[in-house]
Design a protein around this ligand. Structure first.
Ligand SMILES: C[C@@]1(CC(=O)O)C2=NC(=C\c3[nH]c(c(CCC(=O)O)c3CC(=O)O)Cc3[nH]c(c(CC(=O)O)c3CCC(=O)O)/C=C3\N/C(=C\2)[C@@H](CCC(=O)O)[C@]3(C)CC(=O)O)/[C@H]1CCC(=O)O
Ligand SMILES: NC(=O)c1ccc[n+]([C@@H]2O[C@H](COP(=O)([O-])OP(=O)(O)OC[C@H]3O[C@@H](n4cnc5c(N)ncnc54)[C@H](O)[C@@H]3O)[C@@H](O)[C@H]2O)c1
Length: 239
């Protein structure tokens, strides 16, 4: 099994060609559409869901079999036909053109494989078993979708706002300091609708190490021995 390199691709407006129109193609299409890809789907037959997407103008549908040359202009492609030798031809064209390709039933012919996805905007968790067991990837998605860890996503907006100010000021913050400010108390503030106050608090704590709740020196933290953060984690684990 290869050692995969996980990435988040920006597919906005990028040409994506899907070959095949069954339920598997429909699933891949949904994820690629969510990512804003410009989708062309080529298949003699297709599901009602795919036909509806075409009628609504969400994708370009070409109702015929794959022909060499169909990957012309593609940034990314999915081979989801149920015919092995057709998927093989698509693989060869993708290799020749340098197009990123997912062959749904053949990991060896994939330049990328699709992960199981948990979304709590703007956070995306992508889970892969490296192809060992897609069923296990789904199990972990279903488990993680209900996990408390996702609550931290509610802090993304506050932290992004504080980060913007820091970036504009061109101030350098020790990366470890960010970990000191992301606390359950801060989360409670945003939950109570006090986002502005939360941003102010983050900025104060990042910029002023003399505050009583802040460690004046991060050396111990870097060594992995910050007592305050260990206590915080323990409190979060029971809450
Ligand atoms: C994550 C997910 C995303 C998505 O599809 O977009 C995905 N498969 C999902 C589900 C799923 N797929 C299959 C089952 C039946 C149970 C089982 O086999 O385990 C289930 C479970 C179910 O449906 O509940 C059958 C299957 N899958 C592959 C093969 C071929 C082979 O392994 O050789 C076969 C046999 C086909 C046959 O019967 O011939 C191959 C791949 N499937 C992958 C992704 C890539 C590796 C991901 C990884 O583990 O890292 C990879 C390598 C390529 C790719 O397709 O990208 C999606 C989760 C949806 C969710 O989250 O609910
Ligand atoms: N990766 C996965 O998660 C996963 C899971 C289950 C199945 N699979 C595999 O994925 C493949 C597709 O599954 P499905 O359930 O969608 O199959 P399906 O039989 O419902 O659909 C196959 C589609 O391919 C189209 N097709 C056939 N020849 C074509 C050609 N020459 N050019 C373009 N399109 C062509 C058909 O018209 C049809 O729309 C199967 O081989 C299956 O074993 C993969």
């Amino acid at each position: 099994m290869p050692e995969y390199y996980p990435v988040y691709l920006n597919l906005t407006g990028k040409r994506c060609v899907i070959l095949g129109g069954g339920t598997i193609a429909q699933g891949k299409l949904a994820a690629l559409r969510d990512a804003g890809a410009d989708i062309k789907l080529i298949s003699p037959q297709c599901t009602d869901g795919i036909k509806r997407a075409a009628q609504r103008g969400h994708i370009t549908l070409v109702q015929r079999a794959y022909r060499p040359g169909d990957l012309d202009g593609a940034f990314i492609a999915v081979a989801a036909t149920n015919v092995w030798h057709v998927n093989r031809q698509i693989y060869e064209e993708a290799e020749a053109r340098g197009v990123l390709l997912n062959v749904v039933d053949d990991p060896d012919q994939c330049t990328f494989i699709a992960p199981s996805i948990v979304r709590r905007d703007p956070i995306t968790l992508a889970i892969s078993t490296g192809g060992a067991s897609p069923a296990l990837a789904r199990k972990m998605r279903e488990t993680l979708s209900e996990d408390k860890v996702l609550q931290w996503a509610e802090l993304a907006d506050v932290l992004a706002r504080a980060r913007k100010v820091i970036k504009e000021q061109r101030t350098v913050i020790d990366p470890t300091r960010w970990q000191c400010v992301i606390t359950a108390d801060l989360l409670a503030m945003t939950r109570n609708g006090k986002d502005d106050e939360a941003v102010e608090r983050v900025l104060a704590q990042l910029l002023d190490a003399d505050l009583p709740e802040m460690c004046p020196d991060l050396t111990a933290c870097k060594a992995g021995g910050c007592v305050k953060r260990a206590a915080q984690r323990a409190a979060e684990a029971v809450s």
